[in-house]
Design a protein around this ligand. Structure first.
Ligand code: UT7
Length: 318
């Protein structure tokens, strides 16, 4: 016994910034960003918006799509690098906004977070602890990047995606892994003002060695997909939709070349969002669902990599 996805939802800030908008204050260009990454625009939170609000909107949309009353939920798991508070968790704020008191907690597996959360949720169904649950992946990347660093800030955006799960048999295989590494991708913590420490602290901005992550990402995505599809007892060309983490169109294309999955099965929306970390896959899933592209019984393969470094791949039947 594992899970079945019965509803999807997503939310994004109304404010959209194009590459040309960024070129107004950064030494960059639409041409550079488009050709190196495939990104054309991204959604960015503005004054008065919070990531918990966005997470709640995505959750409400998923619950509506599933025809599920929030009171039916047995758990809420949020994947996020950083919610509005260190504590309370984003999941507890979403629970409050939905008016429920079920178990609620956050997990951080960076960009692989949605796949990690789905895998974690499986345990509650297997142990008979849950009939229905909610996963929300929500990321405020615009609050973590250095807007003076053109090599990173142009890549990211803000969004939230959610799914409602119920007991089912639709998870066919999953594989999670980590390769502990602080050097290529990190966001230093916000520190307090202890009078007993004179350590210097770096500002809490995202640091990334783009080349280091790129190399890791192509192999991790291709290997993760190949192994997980085989573990599900399927051939690669039996996959109907591949939902890859949306970090860079070139990474997706390079991984694609290493696999036997026809090119027209890869789904992307990076042009309009950039990299929204763990929200990428559930937002894409919701867009495919709303567009009527997912047919009952079809095979979906999800694959992600991110800070940690973490990787996750999963094969599910729709
Ligand atoms: O989900 C989190 C994981 N993150 C990722 O997956 C990111 C993985 N890495 C990448 O996607 C790519 O490495 C980047 C998109 C970050 C960079 O692309 P690249 O083709 O590897 O460019 P580069 O770092 O080799 O930079 C080439 C040039 C440099 O100038 P010089 O040294 O050749 O004169 C950069 O300074 O491009 C310059 N550059 C830019 N120019 C205009 C870097 N960022 C920009 C920019 N606009 N925004």
């Amino acid at each position: 016994m594992n899970f079945k996805i019965i509803g999807t939802g997503s939310a994004r800030p109304a404010c959209v910034k194009t590459n040309d908008d960024l070129a107004e204050f950064l030494d960059t260009s639409d041409e550079w960003i488009r050709t190196r990454t495939g990104i054309e625009e991204r959604h960015v939170m503005q004054d008065g918006e919070s990531i918990s609000q966005l997470a709640t909107q995505a959750a409400q949309a998923a619950l509506k799509n599933a025809g599920t009353d929030p009171k039916e939920l047995d758990f809420i798991i949020c994947s996020t690098i950083r919610g509005d508070y260190i504590t309370p968790s984003m999941a507890c704020i979403v629970a409050r906004n939905l008016g429920v008191q079920c178990m609620a907690f956050d997990m951080n597996a960076a960009c692989s977070g949605f796949i990690y959360a789905l895998d974690c949720a499986t345990g509650y169904f297997e142990r008979g602890r849950a009939q229905k649950g909610l996963i929300v992946s929500a990321e405020a990347m615009s609050k973590m990047v250095d807007w003076q660093d053109r090599a990173t800030c142009v890549l990211f955006g803000d969004a939230a995606g959610a799914v409602v799960l119920e007991k089912g048999e639709n998870l066919l295989a999953s594989k999670l892994a980590s390769d502990g590494n602080v050097e290529v991708l990190n966001i230093p913590h916000v520190y307090g003002n202890s009078p007993f420490s004179s350590d210097e602290h770096k500002p809490s901005y995202l640091f990334m060695d783009g080349h280091g992550v790129y190399k890791f990402a192509v192999n991790a995505m291709a290997t993760g997909l190949a192994e997980t599809i085989a573990a599900a007892g399927l051939k690669q060309d039996e996959v109907d939709h591949v939902l890859p983490h949306q970090a860079n169109m070139r990474i997706i294309q390079a991984a694609m070349k290493k696999l036997d999955i026809p090119e027209d099965r890869y789904r992307t929306n990076i042009a309009h969002y950039g990299n929204t970390s763990s929200a990428c896959i559930p937002v894409l899933l919701d867009e495919l669902n709303q567009a009527g592209m997912l047919k009952r019984g079809q095979i979906l393969a999800l694959t992600a990599f991110g800070g940690g470094l973490t990787t996750g791949a999963m094969v599910i039947r729709w």
